[in-house]
Design a protein around this ligand. Structure first.
Ligand SMILES: Nc1ncnc2c1ncn2[C@@H]1O[C@H](COP(=O)(O)OP(=O)(O)OP(=O)(O)O)[C@@H](O)[C@H]1O
Ligand code: SF4
Ligand SMILES: [Mg+2]
Length: 329
């Protein structure tokens, strides 16, 4: 008997986001950036899904769509089984506390003229009717939970180090005990030693609050450490997804193999991976290649790759790949 699958916390079906950019003499389709294309993804309660891919492949856009910080162009988004694709801001309000985002540069989202205590009290002011002293108690609890000090509430954001500011960003996301946190490169701007501390904090919070994370990163080794499942993006689409170990130790998509070979992740037999250098540049998202978006750079491309877009198909347990000629397992 197969076990019943839990209901996904988040489900996207063919979710796409296109941006219309600038004025230009080119035909109208050339002025549309295909930032996210037909992404269908289930995110299950309690899991940590890593999203990786080169700069500009659509990771942040997808992350922002997942928490509806960005309007979705087409496709559908569900949260706890409820369709929120085109929910209004008013309809989203009760859900906002359930879905939060942590950004790479917390300083950019922390008003420099306000004390940290006031910044952290905002979610309570907006969503809960608490007295000032109750709010301040909650703020102090939060500061302590992210390993800062209660008296830090009186300071301004610029008085903190980068790592401490990220702790404040995490505290703010955590304030209303969300179910989902989308963390967009939360440690990319930090020193390596500080990165480990922040990752440890995120791990502890995940266990304590039963959080579900979407963790966006350039750095595959960070994702490997922290995530249980990974989705690899190329030009707006997910090209491979599966358990972290399977995807990184035996990648089935040629792009994942190239991406992985650029970092020292050993293969299945624990041999250091051979470095594969990607040919050609990343094509323009204003004019994506036909068929498989990766065919202009893929060593295994054939005619069918130029003509037909491959869809994600199951290749192994919970491991999917979008490729006409997947690499050997
Ligand atoms: N507001 C916007 N208007 C127009 N184009 C945008 C906008 N935001 C993103 N894009 C474009 O959409 C594509 C995906 O961008 P996105 O920021 O999601 O990529 P990313 O994978 O997060 O990149 P990075 O690793 O550099 O953060 C890029 O081509 C980008 O230029
Ligand atoms: S579909 Fe073809 S071009 Fe795309 S990754 Fe697979 S082999 Fe390469
Ligand atoms: Mg980004």
């Amino acid at each position: 008997m197969t076990e019943p699958r839990p209901q996904p916390l988040v489900r996207t079906s063919d979710l796409s986001k296109r941006y219309r950019v600038g004025r230009s003499p080119f035909p109208v389709q050339r002025r549309i950036v295909h930032a996210v294309e037909q992404v269908s993804l289930d995110i299950f309660p309690g899991e940590t899904l890593g999203i990786v891919g080169e700069s500009g492949c659509g990771k942040s856009t997808l992350g922002r769509c997942l928490v509806r910080l960005t309007e979705i162009t087409s496709g559908a988004l569900e949260f706890e089984g409820r369709d929120i694709t085109s929910a209004s801001q008013r309809q989203l309000r009760p859900l906002r506390r359930q879905m939060q985002m942590v950004f790479q540069d917390p300083a950019a989202s922390l008003n420099p003229r306000r004390r940290v205590g006031d910044l952290l009290a905002d979610p309570f002011r907006v969503h809960e009717k608490l007295s000032r002293s109750e709010m301040m108690d909650r703020v102090e609890e939060l500061l302590v939970r992210v390993e800062l000090l209660p008296e830090h509430a009186q300071r301004f954001p610029h008085e903190f180090s980068g790592g401490q500011r990220q702790r404040i960003g995490i505290a703010r996301a955590l304030a209303l005990k969300p179910r989902l946190i989308v963390a967009d490169e939360p440690v990319s701007a930090l020193d390596v030693s500080i990165q480990a501390q922040i990752i440890n904090l995120l791990c502890d919070l995940r266990d304590e609050f039963s959080l579900t994370y979407v963790f966006i990163a350039h750095d595959l080794s960070v994702v490997r450490q922290f995530a249980s499942r990974v989705a690899v993006m190329y030009m707006g689409s997910i090209v491979e997804t599966g358990p972290v170990d399977a995807v990184f130790s035996a990648p089935r998509h040629h792009y994942t193999a190239a991406l992985r070979s650029a970092v020292p992740v050993p293969d299945v037999d624990n041999r250091p991976g051979q470095r594969i250098v990607l040919k050609g540049d990343l094509p323009s998202p204003l004019d994506p290649p036909s068929g498989c978006r990766f065919h202009t750079r893929c060593v295994a491309a054939t005619t069918v790759c130029r003509q037909q877009r491959p869809v994600l198909s199951l290749v192994d347990k919970a491991h999917f790949v979008a490729c006409h000629h997947p690499r050997g397992g």
